[in-house]
Design a binder for this molecule. Sequence first.
Ligand code: PEP
Ligand code: MG
Length: 578
Amino acid sequence: MTQSLKGIAASPGIAIARAFHLASEHYTPTKQAIQDSPQEINRFRQAVAVARDEVEAIRASAEERLGANKAEIFEGHLMILEDPDLIEAIEMKIDDEAINAEFALHDVSQSFIGLLQSMTDELLRGRAIDIEDVSGRIMSHLRGVPHLDLANLPAECIIVARDLTPSDTAQLNLEVVRGFITEVGSRTSHSAIMARSLEIPAIVGIGPSIHGLPEHAVVVMDASQGIVLVNPTEEELAAYRDKKQKDDLRRAELSKLKDQPTLSKDGKQVELAANIGKLEDIQRAIDNGAEGIGLFRTEFLYMGRSSLPTEEEQFTSYKYALEKMNPKPVVIRTLDIGGDKELPYMELPAETNPFLGQRALRLCLDRQDLFRTQLRALLRASRYGNLKIMFPMIAVLEELLEAKKLLEEERQKLIAEGVQLAEHIEIGMMVEVPAAAVAADLFAPEVDFFSIGTNDLIQYTMAADRMNETVSYLYQPWHPSLLRLIRFVIQAAEKEGKWVGMCGEMAGDVTAIPLLLGLGLHEFSMSAGSILQARELIGQLDKTEWAGCANQALTMRSTQEITQFVEHKRKQAFAILW
Ligand code: PEP
Ligand code: MG
């Protein structure tokens, strides 16, 4: 019989494939006494042998697909699997203490990792990550849970996991991964955002029942509705194949708008841009008719690797993005690490409240070496296209001024070195901390543009963690407090003749677009897959009329009142949309 699960619709689309459970990387085994140590050691050796065969196969395939350089990391993994210091220490622990292999593996590898992480040598610190990876692989074989390499999955599948980190998501091989479903997560967690930019269906926050989903079962994801069907009947499968076909037809219809400008019904122009995290996303942005890149989340260039990207590597990536989009604008945001975006190799101290901690620009101002490297790479790339630089997580004016000062210092150094740079680069800031929104008039003279980051602005305004389902009822984009902040930011910018974009998820939400247009937003930056639908919608909206609606909405007292009002207005305006 078909089983159905319900979760949060994180990235739309229909997917049909078999389920693959992804072993949790955060598994901590319990210590158990065993009777037969030699037998336990044997079990451990078998797990190591399977892991070795697996890594060897991955190494060969990576070498073929990506070249010898990229495959080097797996040579390192093979060395660890054959490292007598590590392997013998685990076997001795099983024997001496008569304990289970899982616990011995965890305990010994954690002490190796701890030791390596305390080293100053960056290469040795990088080895800690390799040990973590290899021990996770052995662990999954001991537990009988297949260890999946996200970049090397064997066949078409839907990933089933407790959670996916943003870097897991970045590594997904889209030739075989049809979608993913997770136990935890929210629409604005970064893996959900990435799924939307990769245009793969994702359903998150399903809850613990996800673990009962049988391995390799046929699964249908109706990700626009947040519905998962397990072992569907033939009729259900046929119905969803039909629905998928209709989705594809609708997309083909929308693609006719790809090269059109974005004009409202009364002829007012706005810009629809794409949010990207990886260079591969740029082609998707172009294919979906993006008029620019409104947010390049550069932190993804820093993920899925074991050391910081060099200035040269960054320069190459930024240059590529600028050239590919030229003459369209590319807003590149400086590093926003922290919150749910971690960089294990940086070994940043654990924080009690990472979203309120040393995140993004706060970290960059503290670690100026890191920041200056990025600024130099950006400046050097500037002459290859239409670059705009944006600073994230600004709360106070001093942070903005300091960031601008460092940028200017690097600019002067490059000029002195004879490097050719763009004549003018627009500088902007994200408005995602309420302090910056409320004081937008103080910031406006210092920037060329604002981009409103509603994902964070909502969580900080409402004091409701964007990742926590239990407080998701407070995560209200429509709350009067938010609308007032947005209105104020736009007014403050307009007084100084500056433009305002929005790159939080609200910008791509078809139910929010009419009011945002009415509030006077100039640029809407969203996942590439949402652009054409937004363009079609804006073409049917009368901006002047929605400006009146926005004024009315601003007099209301609650999210409920505002959403009901907007719902009523849009029903009046359209018979069929949404
Ligand atoms: C935001 O906060 O709205 C935003 C776009 O930044 P991020 O989602 O990367 O935190
Ligand atoms: Mg943010």
